[in-house]
Design a protein around this ligand. Structure first.
Ligand code: MTE
Length: 388
């Protein structure tokens, strides 16, 4: 049984059971609160049942590569229910000399390249914006890191021969589109498509992509918002101009000028989102935790899209003073850095903050840039803890 059907069956089974077994009422409440695990996605926070939207709890930010079952999942619609790898084709057309239709076997014969990339949903942290905005109320965990492997998109485009008129590269996924929802189609500029690290990924952490993450192939546009990396890829089309559609506009756009929180923004005063912001998140101690006085490891992850992390600082006095954190050994251009600050904690209540700076000189701000869709939240992270 495919995962969507078994998932739905579980939900309807649970809903049925609610009327007969009181103990399952708490299950349903937990599910509504988004704290229930989906089998196979151990400990993940369910942000949407309608489509599979799973958030990684921040305490899982303790390995450089996120194990696939702990990698967040963001679906705008239903995952393809039937996907036969034998029949699957990737078509490449539009502004090309020679349109192609590649099988999975043909794709796997192309030279494979690996990129460790931190994938973050543009809406990560949306629930923290004030005033609040509609959309999936992600906490801090719509972000994870994996080693993605597969042929370079550049090699495929060179085979097809992009005409000089080809300026944008469109991706179409095989999602099952419910009702009037527009299909998941987006485009990226040809320059980013030709970057040697932009992939048609078939593998994640050394294993074939799982269904949640786009089996059999997805785009991997490193350093950019997750929406750029189209899953269940079926078509690549070279266009003369940016693709026009819901997920390019009004979706995934950002105000050209920061406005006041709550202000409306005119569509003509926005641009498409591309690279991610500089950002750090505290993975431990957890918000609200009570810890023993003595050595406390304040730790987390920091990332910066197309830039690298230069430093992470930690404040234990609510931002009055900042201490350098040490950065983890593991690093790659588009990947997060783990960080750690060893603190000699004395009894009391503390507001602990983390702040990242990147190699482009960007510093994680005290307040995010508010925008009506709640994208790119990256304010200094904060947890409140008690030291006993
Ligand atoms: N691709 C398709 N076909 N359909 C989708 O809904 N969601 C996008 C992107 N690719 C999406 C998609 C968004 S918004 C994000 S953040 C990433 O996939 C999430 O990738 P993941 O589910 O592998 O973590």
């Amino acid at each position: 049984m495919n995962s969507r059907r078994s998932f739905l069956k579980q939900i309807s089974g649970a809903a049925f059971a609610v009327s007969t077994a009181p103990s399952l009422l708490s299950w349903a409440t937990a599910a509504q609160n988004g704290s229930i695990a989906v089998p196979g996605e151990d400990g993940m926070i369910v942000r949407s049942f309608r489509f599979v939207d799973l958030e990684t709890p921040v305490e899982y930010f303790n390995t450089w590569l996120t194990p696939v079952p702990h990698f967040f999942v963001r679906n705008h619609m239903h995952e393809p229910s039937e996907l036969n790898a034998e029949d699957w084709r990737l078509s490449i057309g539009g502004e090309v000399e020679k349109p192609l239709a590649l099988t999975l076997a043909e794709l796997s014969k192309l030279e494979s390249h690996s990129v460790v990339n931190t994938l973050e949903c543009a809406g990560n942290g949306r629930s923290l914006h004030r005033p609040q905005v509609p959309g999936i109320q992600w906490g801090k965990g719509a972000v994870s890191t994996a080693r993605f492997s597969g042929p370079r998109l550049r090699d495929i485009l060179q085979r097809a021969g992009v005409k000089p008129t080809g300026k944008h590269v469109m991706f179409r996924g095989l999602d099952e589109v419910p009702g009037k929802v527009p299909p998941f189609i987006r485009s990226i500029p040809v320059e980013k498509a030709l970057d040697s690290d932009t992939l048609i990924a078939t593998h994640m952490n050394g294993a074939p992509l799982t269904k949640h993450h786009g089996f059999p192939a997805r785009a991997l546009v490193p350093g950019w918002i997750g929406a750029a990396s189209c899953k269940w890829l079926t078509e690549i089309k070279i266009l003369e101009s940016e693709f026009v559609g819901n997920f390019m506009s009004p979706g995934y756009r950002f105000p050209n000028q920061p406005g006041k929180p709550g202000d409306a923004v005119k569509p003509e005063d926005t641009h498409p989102l591309t690279a991610l912001n500089v950002k750090s998140v505290i993975a431990g101690p957890l918000d609200g935790a009570s810890v023993k006085a003595g050595k406390v490891a304040v730790h987390g992850a920091a990332w910066a899209g197309e830039a690298d992390i230069a430093k992470v600082e930690v404040s234990i006095d609510g931002g009055a003073s900042w201490n350098p954190a040490s950065l983890g050994r593991d690093q790659a251009h588009y990947a997060w850095r783990m960080w750690n600050y060893e603190w000699k904690a004395k009894t009391g209540d503390y507001g602990i903050l983390s702040r990242a700076t990147d190699t482009q000189g960007r510093i994680q701000p005290a307040a995010p840039v508010w925008n009506p869709s709640g994208y790119l939240y990256n304010a200094v992270d904060q947890v409140k803890i008690h030291v006993a």
